[in-house]
Design a protein around this ligand. Structure first.
Ligand SMILES: [Zn+2]
Length: 161
């Protein structure tokens, strides 16, 4: 299944030719889709994701993979800080403590991952969420929703033996 993806270029990014893409940090936006999108398009918000996924699975592409989106803040992953430099940011619109991810959101995330997984040689160990890389400051995703997402990713993209 494929979902529509529309460009909504955000001014909130850094251009970096040496940008590594070691993996993905998943988020939820708390706010609904349209509100989140408007927030990310305002320069003064200083925040962005690479992609935002609506409850119906539609994706807004805010920052090109080639650029650094401003999604993680103070963070650490596998001993490295400044996670924006090497993790792409994917967010689900909504609050995973208030409502679970929709089936379309899960499927759309897999759809988004599909071309990138072999391109970057990712494994499930390269997948994380904001709660895990900024544990004192951030609580997204809801741990039970993170487990659902990771299980769906592992089922779709088996790690190389
Ligand atoms: Zn977050």
């Amino acid at each position: 299944m494929t979902f529509a993806e529309h460009p909504h270029p955000s001014p909130n990014f850094s251009a970096s030719p040496a940008h590594e893409r070691l993996g993905v940090c998943f988020h939820h936006s708390v706010m609904p889709f349209a509100e989140t999108l408007a927030h990310m398009l305002r320069p003064e918000s200083q925040v962005s994701y690479h992609v935002l996924i609506a409850p119906d699975g539609t994706r807004a592409r805010l920052v090109a993979d080639e650029h650094i989106a401003w999604h993680a803040g103070v963070s650490i992953f596998q001993g490295r800080t400044c996670c924006n430099d090497f993790l792409l940011g994917v967010s689900f619109a909504g609050d995973t403590y208030a409502a679970p991810l929709t089936a379309a959101q899960l499927a759309s995330a897999l759809d988004w991952l599909a071309p990138r997984w072999p391109l970057h040689g990712w494994s499930t160990a390269a997948m994380t969420d904001h709660r895990q890389i900024a544990p004192v400051r951030k609580d997204d995703l809801n741990p039970s929703e993170w487990s659902r997402l990771l299980a769906a990713i592992a089922a779709r993209f088996p790690d190389h033996a």
